[in-house]
Design a protein around this ligand. Sequence first.
Ligand code: ADP
Length: 372
Amino acid sequence: MATVTFDQATRIYPGGDRPAVDKLNIDIADGEFLVLVGPSGCGKSTSLRMLAGLEDVNDGAIRIGDRDVTHLPPKDRDIAMVFQNYALYPHMTVADNMGFALKIAGVNKAEIRQRVEEAAKILDLTEYLSRKPKALSGGQRQRVAMGRAIVREPQVFLMDEPLSNLDAKLRVQTRTQIASLQRRLGTTTVYVTHDQVEAMTMGDRVAVLKDGLLQQVDSPRNMYDRPANLFVAGFIGSPAMNLVEVPITDGGVTFGNSVVPVNREALKAASDSGDKTVTVGVRPEHFEIADGEAKSVSKDAPAGVAVTVNVVEELGADGYVYGSAEVAGSQVDIVVRVGGRSVPLKGDVLHVVPRGGETHVFSTSTGERLSD
Ligand code: ADP
């Protein structure tokens, strides 16, 4: 086991107009499960491949423990990688697939067998050891790919979208298995996914990338509670946070007739730099429905923003209302979570108030967070 450090690590592909990964700084603790997440093309795989030694590092450094591995070949880094396509050898049995790297490394037969059997036990693959990959289900193949990494007992596991070939249900099961396996083995792990739910449920910490730039690295809880900028606010959470542009007034920032707390100094700095508006963020689950029963449409409804319901998505336990509202003189789309037993109808009007302490304010011009 070991720490992993990205120190200003930069990758510029030949002919690229900007770095694919730009001065990436992340300190990963010994035994930590770190997830790199972001939209396609943000630089996740490039970052992982730099750590693996499959991609040159043009500037900065990468360290595993106290070893500078920046220019070491992959085989000298003491890492094991699990790929998206598993890359199993079709003509070899499960046991031979799992033990192959050890065989190449010259480990003796008895030890290979012992390590393969141990890994198979952990992964529930014992009865499949003599099968070929084509005689396995997708989930079993995925576990063989994991097994191949585990038997090497590396300092670091690298995983690049290892669940993307599984169906939705199996993905959910397997992500729980991988997360608990990682905790049990305690091996430092760097995991790449484009799926923010996967990132949030698996990682000890999550690093969000956009256009090759690190946006925030934080625990899932902090990432959700206190996104550092507009991009992270919109990326983490599903359905996404409502983001509405409102004017900066003498009284500060309001959403409908609710005052939204903001860091005064940060707001003043934004205002001094010429900003006339800020962007207020409220997650769909952080609205109170002011008129109590969601179904009722009351003329003298209490305070709140009036949301006209366009579409209702019923999920059983709860539901999401997709509506439109007028906020600060503009028509905006608003998504509101409602209880499963009080789902309104299309055309109803809900009066919604952001719950105290659950609002976010961002600079509209720079995206930077302006609330505490
Ligand atoms: P992600 O894994 O987040 O989808 P990548 O790390 O694969 O993103 O790619 C980051 C950026 O680098 C993208 O703009 C992509 O087009 C570019 N890129 C990736 N691989 C290469 C390559 N071999 N040559 C040139 N550009 C590349």
